[in-house]
Design a protein around this ligand. Structure first.
Ligand code: ZN
Length: 510
């Protein structure tokens, strides 16, 4: 059996090398590649992805998997070998059921609609993408058709990013969260708005970047196994456990944009850098799901990076770094400014409280489309109606409405949004559990120390990679299944004093 395991690992290592090389090409494409490189780069990526897909779905992979599954009955559930077989089986099944010609068709279609969207969005022209978006919906439904046993047609698409969660469970969870958030947003926005004028000062890009890098160095980002570069849409990418990179952008007139996107991507990177080195090259050496991954980016960005204890320690440093903006601004004003809550149009600029309403709207519309209750022709109008109802402001145009996010215009409809809100919910659940185990964590943050918090996350979450399912990780780390209560408590404890809220103004936490 050992020899067959080695054989399987060798095959998986080659797949890993192909996908890592593709990730490096993509990183280069969004950073340094000249525009002239685009056509060849698209072809090179397609070649690498095809080779990886062929290797994964090869008869030899299936043969090895089946034999090992037969022989591995006695392996303990939480052994690396048993986990490797489970995860490889899942990836194999996901890949083998979908015909190669469909994969090629979907990716060709995605490239075509993306191109049209880049012109239709600034032109505010929903009609132009409509026929292509109808095709996307057809293809998304077709994808799910290759799988059996689902309750919602969205389930196989959700499995790709948040394995094991069903549309029905997420809808129920989000429904409860929405009931609590809508009155909280109403109560906050009835109070006088926070003054955030101190944030809009022109600060040179180099100084903005230097400050962000100093913060993530203290968070524990390992620069010997990573680096930061500039791009349009910040993200984190990994070529091996020894090379986990982050990308950020700079807005000269809003230094919080580069700062918080750096902290966000650092959270994703701490997760990947914290995976056990001996899982390298296997499919276990990756984060468990988009929800668990996002819990870490949101934890370091928001629960730490936008907290009062953090700034009690770091405020003198940022005042010294950006004196033209902050020299005469008291800490309390700055803290209120970086946590300003307002009804706004754009998801990626939304504050912690309204953000989830933006996500849930997209998730529900996706389900309506996939499950046949909504036609693409009525999507823009459905968006406006729901936005007005939940966020409480009119959507002036489709550019700020249904055309806003890249997700529906670069891949299937379904499965791409829920992870953002799952991440917010989990960030608070993990943080509360860490504080239960180590009540001194907040005092440490106030002293500019993050070792205990990072150590807890590494022990309970990071080191395991995707050895356990997202549900198993949550249960093992916090002793209970995913729940919205710690998140609602976190929001209440933070925003009640900031906006002087009265307890009976909202449905208070149980
Ligand atoms: Zn993220």
């Amino acid at each position: 059996m050992d020899q067959r395991f080695d054989e399987l690992k060798r095959r998986l290592l080659e797949i890993n090398d192909l996908t890592s090389a593709a990730a490096l090409l993509r990183w280069d494409q969004t950073t340094y590649m000249p525009a002239g490189g685009a056509p060849a780069r698209a072809r090179q990526l397609a070649t690498l992805e095809r080779l990886a897909h062929e290797q994964l779905t090869a008869a030899e992979t299936a043969r090895l998997l089946e034999r090992l599954e037969r022989e591995s009955g006695s392996l303990p559930y939480d052994s690396d070998e048993a986990a490797l077989l489970r995860v490889t089986r899942r990836l194999y099944d996901q890949a083998v059921r979908v015909p190669a010609r469909f994969v090629a068709e979907l990716s060709e279609h995605a490239a075509a609609i993306y191109q049209v969207w880049t012109e239709a969005r600034p032109a505010n022209d929903f009609k132009r993408v409509r026929p292509l978006l109808e095709r996307t919906l057809d293809l998304s439904r077709q994808y799910s058709g290759y799988f059996s046993g689902w309750q919602s047609i969205a389930d196989p698409l959700i499995d790709l990013s948040d394995y094991g969660l069903k549309a029905a469970e997420i809808r129920e969870l989000f429904g409860r969260l929405r009931q609590r958030l809508v009155p909280l947003v109403r109560a906050i926005t009835e109070r006088p708005p926070a003054d955030d004028s101190c944030l809009s000062h022109a600060i040179p890009a180099e100084r903005q970047l230097a400050f962000g890098l100093e913060v993530i160095r203290r968070f524990g980002y390992d620069f010997d196994r990573g680096r930061q570069d500039l791009t349009h849409h910040p993200f984190m990418t990994k070529f091996s456990l020894g090379d986990v990179r982050i990308l950020t952008r700079v807005r000269e007139n809003d230094f919080t944009d580069s700062l918080f996107s750096t902290l966000h991507e650092c959270g994703h990177a701490l997760y990947e850098q914290g995976i056990r080195m001996d899982l390298e090259g296997t499919p276990l050496a990756a984060g468990a799901s988009s929800g668990v991954h996002e819990s870490q980016s949101r934890l370091w960005e928001n629960l730490v990076g936008r907290s009062l204890p953090f700034w009690r320690h770091s405020y003198p440093a940022i005042q010294a770094a950006f004196p033209e903006a902050l020299k005469r601004v008291p800490l309390e004003t700055f803290y209120a400014a970086i946590n300003k809550v307002e009804r706004s149009l754009i998801r990626t600029d939304a504050d912690e409280v309204t953000y989830n309403l933006h996500v849930m709207l997209r998730f529900d519309l996706e389900l309506d489309l996939l499950e046949g209750r909504l036609a693409i022709a009525d999507l823009a109008e459905a968006w406006r109606a729901r936005f007005q109802k939940d966020i409480g402001i009119p959507v002036p145009d489709d550019r700020n409405g249904a055309l806003q996010d890249v997700h529906w215009f670069s891949g299937p409809i379904g499965g791409a949004f829920q992870g953002y809100t799952l991440g917010n919910i989990l960030s608070a659940q993990f943080f509360a559990a860490a504080r239960r185990d180590h009540p001194g964590i907040v005092k440490e943050i106030e002293a500019g120390e993050f070792k205990t918090l990072r150590g807890w996350m590494r022990d309970r979450i990071y080191q395991h990679g995707s050895k356990f399912t997202p549900a198993e990780i949550v249960q093992r780390a916090t002793g209970q299944p995913m729940t919205i209560e710690p998140y609602m408590e976190y929001l209440w404890d933070k925003y009640q004093p900031l906006y002087d809220l009265e307890r009976d103004a909202v449905t208070a936490p149980a």
